[in-house]
Design a binder for this molecule. Structure first.
Ligand SMILES: [Zn+2]
Length: 257
């Protein structure tokens, strides 16, 4: 159950003050050290981007519980933010590199279109959070609770979700390469139209996931050059044909037993 007092500034989605800009305004930190989301600039149009970056990073560094922060586009490198708790934060388009994020807690956060590399989120608890379109390279989510999350359209390379609960999370149209999901709970985890190559699902309940079963099920390799074995495609159809075949026919998808 949620028992946190949410800030009234959460999800305001204030736009950048630059008239032609559609980006969201970043949070500013008041003289009292509190988050303000009242009228600001995006990182690109901010007159003092380095100052804004330093302010946002300093806020994250000095707070364990972070509510309603908009740090869209911030870069965090070579850092340790283990144990931080994020609630309703906009962390889209972030770059997180070579950073320890273990024991992180996140609720209703947006990390869409972020790049996460050489970082660990071991033993984290991330729920109702979106990472859609993000790129994960050498990202470790081992031993985490990752339920009700949106991983749609991610590209994951040599990353690990081992020993994690992925209940009701979505990997629709994800590209999952040499990524392991051993000993995971995959009940209602959705993999429709995903590309999978070199995956490991040992001891995971793959049959309870939702996937394109006519194409070999979850454990069947469905790589970038896989042919459509349902018979509606041609041998050299490539990935675009696979996608259209899967989306064009409801018979191509089958719920878990
Ligand atoms: Zn702007």
């Amino acid at each position: 159950m949620f028992s946190i007092a949410y800030s009234i500034d959460m999800y305001l989605f204030n736009k950048c003050k630059c008239p032609e800009c559609n980006m969201q305004a970043l949070s500013t930190i008041t003289a009292q050290g509190e988050i303000s989301n009242q009228g600001s600039w995006c990182l690109k149009h901010s007159p003092h981007p380095d100052y804004v970056r330093a302010q946002l990073w300093n806020y994250i560094k000095t707070h364990d519980k972070i509510v309603g922060l908009n740090a869209c586009g911030l870069t965090i490198k070579n850092a340790d933010i283990s144990g931080k708790r994020f609630y309703g934060c906009n962390l889209q388009h972030m770059i997180i590199s070579n950073t320890h994020c273990s024991n992180m807690r996140a609720r209703m956060c947006m990390l869409d279109f972020s790049t996460i590399s050489d970082s660990d989120f071991i033993n984290s608890n991330i729920q109702y959070t979106s990472l859609s379109g993000s790129r994960l390279v050498h990202a470790l989510f081992t031993g985490s609770d990752l339920i009700h999350n949106n991983f749609n359209g991610i590209t994951s390379y040599q990353s690990s979700f081992d020993d994690s609960d992925l209940y009701n999370s979505r990997f629709i149209r994800a590209v999952l390469l040499s990524t392991s999901m051993n000993n995971c709970n995959l009940k209602k985890t959705v993999f429709y139209e995903s590309v999978r190559e070199g995956m490991a699902f040992k001891l995971s309940n793959t049959r309870e996931s939702l996937t394109d079963r006519s194409k070999g099920g979850l454990t069947g390799e469905f790589n970038l050059f896989a042919t459509d074995i349902s018979g509606s495609g041609t041998a050299d159809s490539g990935s675009s044909s696979n996608s259209s075949a899967a989306s064009g026919s409801s018979a191509a998808t089958e719920a878990s037993i």
